[in-house]
Design a protein. Structure first.
Length: 241
């Protein structure tokens, strides 16, 4: 295994142990946005704006961005005038977020144990992070607990496009092109091998919709972005019992 200034390259497995996943993201944090821009054709900002609109973010709204990473998605929420808080279990990623977005509220937190009061937020978002959590349904329940009744959840996540040709092309991109780009631009190509494998193993949009419903979210719906390589899922927190 290759080594460098950071030591052995860390790569999570598909069992998604928290310590492995957080260590992997700590290790790639400094170059994460640069690598991601190459992999996803500079589309992250556009996807972030779509996510913020779906969340109903705007002035006076309190929004929690779970698995916020380097703060790109949180910045998209804040740009609407919302009071957006970035949370992540990777201190390395939050450190980069602080340098790139001075003044952004940041909280180190595991999505499975969010340290916020019940109903504290008008909306909760998670962009490209649910797939990295060992128990997504439990995380979705935790997000529901900190969302006010009638508040909204938005999950922005990669998916294999449902159309056969698009799905085959995207799968080929994941298997062959992502590793090639990662070897050229990333200090930890193994992390992006995990990325490709985790997307291929992830739920279909209908299956993820079922998970949202199982976690207690209501009015669950989803729609594709960029030909279906990304889907936005939305849900509404039920009225207080």
């Amino acid at each position: 295994m290759a080594t460098g200034m950071l030591g052995a390259m860390v790569r999570a497995n598909l069992d998604k142990q928290t310590s492995q996943v957080s260590a992997m993201f700590d290790q790639v944090a400094d170059g994460y946005d640069r690598t991601r821009a190459r992999l996803w054709w500079g589309r992250m900002d556009a996807w972030g704006r779509e996510m913020a609109a779906a969340a109903g973010a705007g002035p006076g709204k309190r929004v929690l961005d779970v698995a916020a990473g380097t703060g790109t998605s949180t910045a998209a929420l804040a740009a609407t005038g919302a009071r957006a808080v970035a949370s992540d279990f990777s201190l390395g990623m939050l450190g980069v977020a602080g340098r790139r977005h001075p003044g952004m509220p940041r909280i180190a937190a595991d999505a499975l144990a969010l340290p916020f009061a019940r109903g504290a937020f008008d909306a909760v978002t998670i962009s490209f992070g649910l797939r990295n959590i060992a128990d997504p349904t439990a995380a979705l329940r935790e997000m529901r607990a900190v969302t006010r009744p009638g508040g909204r959840l938005v999950v922005c996540e990669f998916s294999i496009p449902p159309k056969p040709l698009n799905g085959a092309l995207f799968t080929a991109y994941l298997r062959h092109v992502i590793p090639l780009i990662a070897r050229r631009v990333s200090t930890n190509p193994e992390a992006y091998q995990y990325l490709a494998e985790s997307i291929q193993a992830w739920h279909t949009p209908p299956r993820l919709g079922e998970q949202l419903t199982a976690a207690g979210w209501t009015r669950v719906a989803w729609r594709p972005l960029s030909g279906g390589v990304v889907h936005l899922h939305v849900g509404t927190a039920p009225a207080a019992e």
